[in-house]
Design a protein around this ligand. Structure first.
Ligand code: ZN
Length: 482
């Protein structure tokens, strides 16, 4: 029986974070009372004319540049014709063609953290408009909410033949892409609200075969987990069919999250079915090279560049750098702490361990916390100076998290300042040795493992406030004195 290889193409839709819709001035937002953000233009009423949203076009261009695409000098909008109740105009404004989309022929690198980087080629980055939503009513009927209709939507499609070959790569591609969109501020990236949607198409073929298998497209994936599970399921399903000499049908399948399986939604349409033609109401867009280059200079530092800089400049591990660079709110918090004199290593450690846990438990975003970057700087400094132990710092951070107080004041009010004064520690050691002459005798006779017990006793005597490193050092010194 042959082995099979999988090929995964990724189609990602990102709702753009503009204030208004693509061709009218209705506000863009999530949820709300149905049909309250609509007007004659986005409802497609006769006699209206669309006016393209400049901000949306610029967001797509910036994304295309960040994804190493060529920018089209001339780009037109097409009508994609089909009927569905969520599409009030009877067509969707989109962009068709090889070199017509605002951006084409780009790439995104994945796998940098595992040491085997790989370029995933991108076929197109284009601009279109979102549809409305069908709502299933409690009485069994259906309603339509057009609040979302006409929201600017960016589509990012990978090249064929696909470079992505596993569910893990599919998930990583989506993760990296989402981070870039967040850094550019063009999409809020909320998969659970549908503002970022991923529709992978999957095919398998016998290993070494030059001909690609029939692909199926998967929908309803509303988390990274679903994307990975869904792609893995579809690969297994198709392999099972081929192993039994069956035929994979070209179709769109939905993902059932509860059952962790996919089901047939509809047979897949061909591109010709949509009768694309240039929208006569919308003038072609023209971009000149100077304008494109000017826009390129406004791109922020992207996650991959940021990671490299954190490793080179701050000596962080690639894994830690990746964790910080993943979210712009986290990286700017980290950089603010470093700018305020924090040491990158300890600040990073504190952020991704104790601080991350506190935020997670409280369900807060980093920007919502009362702990500001300068407080973390102060806290790491207290530990470094030996004023408090690493263990105490956890309690101080937790207090700071609740109260928003300054770490140094919290330390004072808790009375937990660490004892690092060698004289004070020596005094405690002498008391402990006097209390346990039998243990001392064991040590002198060669049982060096009893030292831990003595160290523990000294720590206990100081209520845990003695600097553990110092205690270790001074106990050895005292015991080994001839
Ligand atoms: Zn409108």
């Amino acid at each position: 029986m042959p082995n099979f290889s999988a090929s995964i193409g990724m189609e990602v839709h990102a709702e753009l974070a503009t204030r208004s819709k693509m061709f009218c001035r209705c506000p863009v937002a999530f949820g709300g009372e149905p049909n309250t953000r609509v007007c004659p233009i986005c409802l497609g009423l006769p006699g209206t004319l669309p006016v393209p949203n400049r901000a949306a076009i610029e967001m797509v261009m910036r994304t295309a540049l960040a994804l190493n695409c060529t920018i089209a000098c001339q780009s037109v909008f097409h009508r994609k014709n089909y009927f569905y109740p969520d599409l009030p105009k009877g067509y969707q404004v989109s962009q068709y063609g090889e070199t017509n989309p605002i951006g084409y022929a780009g790439w995104l690198e994945i796998g940098a953290s595992t040491g085997s980087p790989k370029r995933v080629r991108i076929r197109r980055v284009h601009l279109e408009e979102d549809t409305g939503k069908l709502i299933h009513l409690p009485d069994g009927g259906s309603g339509i909410d057009y609040n979302r209709a006409g929201t600017p939507l960016m589509e990012i499609v990978t090249e064929f033949p696909p470079d992505i070959q596993s569910p893990e790569e599919a998930k990583e591609y989506l993760t990296q892409l989402r981070q870039i969109l967040l850094h550019l501020g063009v999409c809020d990236g909320k998969m659970e609200e549908g503002s970022l949607r991923c529709e992978p198409n999957i095919s398998v073929r016998p290993e070494g075969s030059a001909q690609y298998g029939t692909k199926t497209e998967l929908k309803n994936l509303n988390s990274f987990r679903s994307v990975q599970l869904g792609v893995a399921f579809e690969i297994r399903r198709q392999i099972a069919i081929l192993e039994h000499s069956g035929k994979v049908h070209q179709e769109t399948r939905g993902w059932n999250e509860q059952k962790e399986s996919s089901f047939v939604m509809r047979a897949k349409e061909e591109e010709d079915d949509y009768r694309y033609f240039p929208d006569p109401d919308l003038a072609p867009m023209r971009f000149d090279p100077a304008e494109i280059e000017a826009l390129r200079t406004t791109l922020p530092e992207l996650p991959a560049q940021k990671e490299r800089r954190y490793v080179e400049e701050y000596g962080l591990s690639m894994k830690h750098a990746e964790q910080l660079a993943a979210d712009p709110a986290w990286s700017s918090y980290f950089e603010e702490a470093v700018a305020k004199g924090g040491e990158p290593g300890p600040i990073c450690n504190l952020m991704i361990s104790d601080f991350a846990k506190l935020l997670n438990d409280a369900g807060l975003l980093i920007g919502e916390s009362k702990v500001r970057p300068d407080a973390l700087v102060e806290l790491t400094r207290l530990v470094k100076d030996g004023a408090i132990s690493g263990k105490t710092s956890k309690a101080v951070l937790a207090d700071c998290f609740r109260s928003g107080g300054r770490p140094s004041e919290i330390v004072r009010s808790m009375g937990v300042t660490q004892i690092s004064d060698p004289e004070a520690i020596r005094e405690a050691i002498l008391q402990v040795l006097a209390e346990h002459p039998d243990v001392v005798a064991k040590y002198k006779s060669g049982q060096s493992n009893v030292k831990g017990f003595l160290v523990g006793q000294v720590m206990k005597k100081s209520n845990g406030r003695a600097n553990p490193g110092k205690v270790q050092e001074l106990v050895s010194e005292t015991l080994d004195k001839p």
